[in-house]
Design a protein around this ligand. Structure first.
Ligand code: HSE
Length: 424
């Protein structure tokens, strides 16, 4: 006999899907009626898993007329994009953890959902278990948020923390992280900053109420960070973190990027270590708010997915227009700011020959490119090379690039080892 439970379909039974399945077991107003998996024969460590629910055809989930909510937990753009559109066409609401899909196709999906009077919720797509989207859309709705600084990737934060505490190289820590399962066999998505760039694209779109295009987000990863940079940063009062940053000016120009930064130890983000994520939002009237917590993992991510499912469940059958505050309410594009037009403070590590007048020439190249130095340190020279550490005041990115060209072409300079932006 048909019961009154809300019927859920799950696509994907990996780490997140497993956590969602287990968590939903304690809600007796919800029934999971179908679960799509890639490999039906895979042995799964899940109690109470009825094999009759399992299919290896995800279209059986999105085409099942009894299902009211589909949880898409497979990631990637295809087939997730088509599955979600098909599910919406078939009258289902969507909960997704798919950051890449939202960053690349969010606009089309949200418009499609709206045209079909369905909702797409995605709390789990950005910073796993940290409640962010719902707070921004509801209790912070009265704010004009104009700045986000965030650690949105646990893998890179783990690697940078380990490099810092163990004085170890990127390569050694990556290998160890892979052995422990903290980093993927192909770590590109995390270490080159793609994962954080997907997340900040959607997060900034929601917080600024203006669309940000993923293609306009500047991105640099952590692979060039050296233990020497970690040590120098520490001595000068900073920690090196992969920061996802977004700033919106009064005219609607959005500067959105992901790159390593020297973060002053006085800031909360400098103390967010290992796999923890954190997001600092600045706006009026609230001021500055930092939310931190687990950015990934079976149960933290399930917490967000299940919260979204329950939000939809609480309104199904009671209204024809569910969750109005959670819907897409911005249609204007932000004007992108190119990184070369930005102003930044920089940390530079320069290796020079131990020869007469090097510091003077660095000073001249700075002056010629409108760069003012905040500090310059050369430790006692050992042998024929000198390491010179420079922190600049705010200056233009394009001037900095010209300065580096000048310095790299100076016969006395061996090379610029590192250039890392500094949070002001
Ligand atoms: N790969 C991500 C991270 C977790 O390392 O934070 C999933 O978004």
């Amino acid at each position: 006999m048909e019961n009154n439970k809300i019927k859920i379909g799950i696509i994907g039974l990996g780490t997140v899907g497993t956590g969602v399945f287990k968590t939903l077991q304690s809600f007796d107003n919800i029934e999971i009626v179908k679960i799509a998996v890639r490999n039906k024969n895979k042995k799964r460590n899940i109690e109470n898993l009825d094999e009759n629910l399992i299919t290896d055809n995800p279209y059986e989930v999105v085409n099942d007329p009894s299902i009211q909510i589909v949880a898409e937990l497979i990631g990637g753009t295809e087939p997730a994009f088509d599955l979600i559109k098909t599910a919406i066409s078939n009258g289902k609401h969507i909960v997704t953890a798919n950051k890449e899909l939202l960053a690349k196709h969010g606009e089309e999906l949200f418009n499609f959902a709206e045209a079909n009077n369905k909702v797409i919720l995605y709390e789990a797509a950005i910073a796993g278990g940290i409640p962010l989207i719902m707070p921004i859309k509801t209790i912070l709705a009265g704010n004009k948020i104009n700045k986000i600084k965030a650690i949105l990737n646990g893998t890179t934060n783990y690697i940078l923390t380990k490099m810092d505490v163990q004085n170890a190289s990127y390569e050694d820590v990556l290998k160890e992280a892979q052995q422990l399962g903290y980093a993927e066999t192909d770590p590109t998505g995390d270490v080159e900053g793609y994962d954080a760039a997907y997340k900040i694209t959607t997060l900034a779109t929601i917080a600024f109420k203006k669309r940000i295009k993923f293609a306009n987000v500047y991105r640099e990863g952590i692979t060039k960070i050296r233990p020497e940079d970690m040590k120098a940063a520490n001595e000068m009062g900073y920690k090196i973190k992969l920061i996802a940053s977004a700033e919106l000016d009064e005219a609607g120009n959005a500067d959105v990027r992901v790159h390593p930064m020297l973060v002053p130890k006085s800031k909360t983000l400098a103390h967010i270590d290992y796999v923890t994520n954190a997001v600092t939002l600045s706006g009026h009237p609230v001021g500055e708010v930092t939310l931190s917590g687990p950015g990934a993992g079976e149960f933290p991510t399930a917490s967000s997915v299940v919260g979204d499912i329950l939000a939809i469940v609480s309104e199904i059958g009671k209204t024809d227009y569910l969750l109005p505050m959670m819907r897409c309410n911005h249609h204007e594009n932000a004007t992108p700011v190119n990184i070369s037009d930005t102003k930044n403070k920089y940390y530079l590590s320069i290796c020079s020959k131990n020869s007469l007048g090097v510091i003077g020439r660095i000073g001249q190249a700075c002056e010629a490119n409108n760069i003012s130095l905040a500090s310059i340190v050369q430790k006692e020279v050992e042998g024929s090379y000198a390491d010179i550490t420079v922190i600049t005041e705010l200056c233009r990115e394009q001037d900095m690039q010209k300065f580096i060209d000048t310095i790299n072409n100076d016969a006395a300079i061996t090379k610029v080892n590192s250039l890392i932006r500094v949070q002001v």
